[in-house]
Design a protein around this ligand. Structure first.
Ligand code: FMN
Ligand code: SF4
Length: 373
C-alpha cells in the first residue's frame, strides 16, 4: 500500500496552554442521547467514550444549557445547577481516560428554546412563535448564568469550555441585525450588537480564571438580511482581543438550514472552510473549520493552505469513529462516509428521537437502541 503521510493533520498544537496531540477535534453534535431532563445517561457516556477512543485530540461535547429557560429540548444536557455536576464529572472523566482533551459547549437557545415563552434580544417572530424581548436586568442574569455554568464545567474536570455563538442561538441573536432590533446600548450598529457576547466572555473569563474559553462562531447567517462576514469579522477581532482561546467557525441558522440553496451548498465537501479561512485572516487565534471534511486528504489541504488550524469533524467522526486511525495508517479508502443524500441524524433529533446512522452495521444500530433510555 502506498501510504500518504498527513504531516499537518498529525502535528500537535498548543491552545491556551492545552496540548492537543493532533489537529482533529469532534465538533459539537447533539444526538438526543442524554436522559429526559438533560441528565448524563449511559448512552451519552458510551457515545463520548467512542468519540474519545477515536484518537481525536479534543472532544467538544454538544450544547448544554446554562438556564432552564434556555434549553433546546428535553434531552439537551443541563449545566444550570450543581445537581448536574456528578453526571458531568463522569462525562469529563470518560473522555480524559482516553487521553483526549474534554470540553463542554454551553448555550442559551433564546428564541429557539423549548419553553412556553422563549426570550430573545427582540420580539421577532420565528416559526409561528414570537419571543419576549429581554430586559436589561434579565440580560445581566443570563450573563451570570453563563459564568456559573462555565465554572461548573471547570469544577466537573473538563479541560475547557466553549460558548455557543452559532446556529442562531442567543449569543448569535444579539449579533444578528435580523433578530436584534433593540434601541438600547445592545442594539443598533455592529459595535453595539457584539456587546452581549463580549460581556458574556468577560464575565466567564473573570469567573473561571486560568481556564481556556473557546467560541463557536457564526460567520454568516446565509440569509439576505442576516449577519454576514463583513460584520462577523468585527466580532472575531473583538473576541481575540478579549482572550478567546479559539474560534470554531460555522455558517447558517435554523432559519437558513432548510432553504433549498443552503441544502445544496451543505452537500459540498468542506462547505464552511471558506468562512473559516476568512475569519483566520482577521483574528490571530486558532481557528477550527468544519463541514463535510470527509477525507483526510481534504483535511490536510485545509491545514496546508492555512484555512484553519484544526479540523472539526461532527457527523464525519460519528459515522466512522476510526476516521483518525484510518487516516494515520493510510487506510483512507476504508473510511465510512456520511452520505450527502442523507439527513437522517438531523431529522431524527428534530423529531425528538435519538440519532442512529443508517450507514452503521445492524449490530451497532441495535446496540445504540438498547442503550437508549
Ligand atoms: C444533528 C446535528 C447536531 C448538531 N449539534 C450541534 C451542537 O450542539 N452545537 C454546535 O455548535 N453545532 C452543532 N452541529 C453542527 C456541527 O458541529 C457541524 O458544524 C456540522 O454538522 C458540520 O460538520 P460535519 O459535516 O462534520 O457534520 C450539529 C449538527 C448536526 C447535523
Ligand atoms: S449518513 Fe445520514 S445519519 Fe449518518 S451521519 Fe450522515 S447524515 Fe447523519
Amino acid at each position: 500500500m502506498n501510504k500518504t503521510v498527513y504531516k499537518n493533520l498529525f502535528t500537535p498544537l498548543k491552545i491556551a496552554g492545552l496540548k492537543l496531540k493532533n489537529r482533529i477535534t469532534l465538533a459539537p453534535l447533539y444526538l438526543g442521547y442524554a436522559a429526559a431532563g438533560g441528565k448524563v445517561s449511559p448512552l451519552l457516556l458510551y457515545h463520548y467514550k467512542e468519540m474519545a477512543r477515536s484518537g481525536a485530540a479534543m472532544i467538544m461535547i454538544e450544547n448544554a444549557s446554562v438556564s432552564p429557560n434556555g434549553s433546546g429540548s428535553d434531552r439537551t444536557i443541563r449545566c444550570d445547577h450543581n445537581r448536574y455536576l456528578p453526571g458531568l464529572e463522569k462525562l469529563a472523566l470518560t473522555i480524559k481516560d482516553e487521553r483526549s482533551c474534554a470540553g463542554l459547549q454551553i448555550n442559551h437557545a433564546g428564541r429557539f428554546a423549548h419553553v412556553a415563552m422563549p426570550v430573545a434580544p427582540s420580539s421577532v417572530q420565528v416559526f409561528n412563535r414570537t419571543p419576549r424581548a429581554l430586559t436589561k436586568k434579565e440580560i445581566t442574569t443570563i450573563q451570570k448564568q453563563f459564568a456559573d455554568a462555565a465554572l461548573r464545567v471547570k469544577k466537573a474536570g473538563f479541560d475547557l469550555v466553549e460558548l455557543h455563538g452559532g446556529t442562531g442561538y442567543l449569543l448569535a441573536q444579539f449579533v444578528s441585525p435580523r433578530t436584534n432590533r433593540r434601541s438600547d446600548s445592545y442594539g443598533g450598529p455592529i459595535e453595539n450588537r457584539i456587546q452581549f457576547p463580549l460581556e458574556v466572555l468577560k464575565r466567564v473569563k473573570d469567573t473561571v480564571g486560568d481556564f481556556p474559553v473557546g467560541y463557536r462562531f457564526l460567520a454568516d447567517e446565509w440569509l439576505p438580511d442576516g449577519l454576514g462576514l463583513k460584520e462577523s469579522k468585527v466580532l472575531a477581532k473583538a473576541l481575540e482581543k478579549q482572550g478567546v482561546a479559539y474560534l470554531s467557525v460555522m455558517g447558517g441558522t435554523y432559519e437558513s438550514f432548510f432553504r433549498p440553496d443552503i441544502i445544496r451548498k451543505s452537500k459540498n465537501p468542506g462547505y464552511m472552510v471558506s468562512l473559516a479561512g476568512a475569519i483566520k485572516k482577521e483574528a490571530r487565534v486558532p481557528v477550527i473549520a468544519a463541514g463535510r471534511i470527509s477525507t483526510p486528504a481534504k483535511a490536510e489541504s485545509v491545514l496546508a493552505n492555512k484555512k484553519a488550524d484544526l479540523i472539526g469533524l461532527a457527523r464525519m467522526l460519528w459515522v466512522d469513529p476510526q476516521w483518525p486511525q484510518k487516516a494515520r495508517s493510510g487506510a483512507d479508502r476504508s473510511i465510512l462516509k456520511c452520505s450527502p443524500k442523507c439527513d437522517a441524524c438531523f431529522q431524527l433529533v428534530m423529531q425528538g428521537k435519538p440519532a442512529i446512522c443508517p450507514r452503521w452495521s445492524k449490530e451497532k444500530r441495535n446496540h445504540y437502541r438498547t442503550l437508549f433510555r
